[in-house]
Design a protein around this ligand. Sequence first.
Ligand code: SAM
Length: 271
Amino acid sequence: MISFRDFEHAGWSDNSVAQSYHQHLGHVTVGCILDLLDAARFKRDDRVLDVACGAGYVAAAAHDRGAEAVGVDLSASQVRLAEQTYPSIRFIEGDAEALPFADGEFAAVLNAFGLPHISNADKAAAEAHRVLKPGGRFAYASWCVASACIGFSMVYDAVRAHGSLDVGLPPGPIFFGYGDPDYAREMLGRAGFSEVSVKEVPLVWRAADPDAVIEGISRGTARAAAVFNRQSPNNLVKIKQHMRDRISQFRENGAYAVPSPAVVVAGRKPG
Ligand SMILES: C[S@@+](CC[C@H](N)C(=O)[O-])C[C@H]1O[C@@H](n2cnc3c(N)ncnc32)[C@H](O)[C@@H]1O
């Protein structure tokens, strides 16, 4: 069976997945950028690394605060999209588990919604620690636990109700695990970080139509899309209806606002 890393690499290397994520999910994840940047506490002219940068939203926001920002992502398609979106920022291909940078190069390392896509998050945290200067901070954002993060958990609920989660995917990390404050503190502690803080950010997935949320999941993600798209046609009809019914509960001012809270976790490299 293909490894989880190669599965994720293949998924995010598809240009249409990168574009759909940008269209449907980019406007949701950017909602935690201010908290992420504040938690990292870097200053003007500091070097800041955005890991699993996707289209580069976080690197661009750090650049706007005066940092010398660099983005890194496993997917060449995402790196191309980031370069097109933010031409004045440097983006490169690279793996969060083996960052292509020397020890102590950065004042801050940021990671927005990347950890559930990385096979060994402990290694990614250790790499963030390695490339940080003493006193530098690692800050990450990740979805809250499943019971709170309806935007994503509803696809798994719908599949459990009308299909099967057993669709031959390689084993990977628990999608919602890094949003558990206790786990987050332990993980950053294991990587050598101190002064760990955890803050919940009440993100909302806003859409004009329930099918836009379904399209975001089925076309703009790797693992959730595979779970969804590997169902039988009959079950898929029921799964989509289950999701439409769920999303309809969050109608607000003629549109839909699906709760999708995240946590921002940060820790300091001692020194
Ligand atoms: C959910 S997107 C996050 C994009 C962006 N940071 C945001 O906030 O919206 C996850 C990203 O992780 C990248 N990724 C997956 N595995 C990776 C790895 N091992 N190293 C670096 N990036 C990885 C994917 O290519 C994808 O761009």
